[in-house]
Ligand binder design. Structure first.
Ligand SMILES: Nc1nc2c(c(=O)[nH]1)N[C@H]1C(S)=C(S)[C@@H](COP(=O)(O)O)O[C@H]1N2
Ligand SMILES: [Mo]
Length: 325
């Protein structure tokens, strides 16, 4: 699918959701917000939030890796989020991230076992890279899923440019640490959120990071990345549970040992380092065999590696995936 150039004032067809579906979904969101302990805002708090001004990215080349499964709406993708820095309720990120998370200036630090390390302003970081559209399935470890038309660049190209040394066996990613920006980082004594060892970090083995599916995304639906989805740049690893796809990346660090990762550190038996989508390995507290696509009523079967086995199964040949979950 090729995204045609359009004026900023144009409304995407995907932004128009039939009223009835919209209201039902609202009710669902409201209920889940009520259920979410530790939500930073009382449920029912104004849902009307002015949209951010996000620039269209222009003509984006289509990718052979895109799925032709219909994508979720822009609205679904930007109002049902996990971004714990803004609270654990699904609507907390859309209410709290826009306006707090400044997209510019943005610096990405490249560090560790690489020759071309340093601090790069966003434009320098992106220079020479071609942003393309990648429509991917996203499967959250919580057993819901979406289809999202990302815009981004292969992480492999960024890694090649960094010229990692032979000691670089893993890549670690960091979201920022700033309690002024991320309310949950200031949430002392607030139970679960306070127990997270901020900043949020994630990691990939070098061959996973170099896989052509692994994306550094800078937008969705042909526009710049909304704050709640991890502006201005976030990782997308479509064959792994969503928590590996770390948002608002400020550091990319090459290292020899397996990186510490936020969810893995919090509950190692529930969230493995690999976190490959696997319908045969249940989460200790729920089944991973099926998933609910946001916006759909009936559940569907979860696919091995989220349906990307052709591209990634070879990475795990000989590994016992019930142990390395
Ligand atoms: N920094 C950071 N990155 C994060 C998270 C988070 O809480 N903080 N949540 C993760 C989880 S659990 C999921 S499912 C995806 C959700 O991405 P989306 O909101 O863009 O759909 O982001 C991931 N990246
Ligand atoms: Mo998730």
């Amino acid at each position: 699918m090729l995204i045609k150039k359009r004026r900023a004032s144009d409304v995407l067809p995907s932004e128009i959701t039939p009223e009835s579906i919209y209201r039902d979904r609202r009710r669902f969101l409201r209920t889940s917000a009520l259920a979410a302990a530790g939500s930073l805002l009382a449920p029912g708090w104004s849902l009307a939030k002015p949209m951010e001004a996000l620039e269209p990215l222009g003509e984006l080349p289509a990718s052979e890796f895109s799925t032709d499964t219909p994508a979720n709406t822009y609205e679904e993708i930007t109002t049902y989020n996990n971004f714990y820095e803004f609270g654990s309720g699904k609507e907390d990120p859309m209410r709290l991230a826009p306006g707090r998370l400044e997209h510019r200036p943005w610096t990405v630090t490249v560090s560790g076992e690489a020759e071309n390390t340093g601090e790069f302003g966003f434009d320098d970081f992106m220079r020479g890279l071609t942003v393309e559209e990648r429509i991917y399935r996203l499967r959250c470890v919580e057993a819901w899923s979406m289809v999202i038309p990302w815009a981004g660049v292969p992480l492999a190209e960024v890694i090649r440019r960094a010229r990692p040394t032979s000691r670089a066996k893993y890549v670690k990613f960091y979201t920022g640490y700033d309690p002024q920006v991320f309310p949950a980082q200031a949430a002392r004594g607030m139970g679960f959120l306070a127990s997270i060892d901020w900043p949020y970090t994630e990691g990939l083995r070098m061959d996973e990071a170099m896989n052509p599916l692994t994306l550094l995304a800078t937008g969705l639906y042909g526009k710049e990345m909304p704050s709640q989805n991890g502006a201005p740049i976030r990782l997308v690893v479509p064959w792994k549970y969503g928590f590996k796809s770390i948002k608002s990346v400020v550091r990319i660090h090459f290292q020899e040992t397996e990186p510490e990762a936020t969810w893995n550190q919090l509950a190692p038996h529930e969230y493995g380092f690999y976190a490959n989508v696997n319908p045969n390995v249940d989460h200790p507290r729920w089944s991973q065999a099926r998933e609910r696509r946001i916006g759909e009523f009936f559940k569907q079967d979860t696919l091995m590696f989220n349906g990307y086995q052709e591209e990634v199964a070879h990475l795990y040949a000989g590994m016992d995936l019930s142990k390395h979950y």
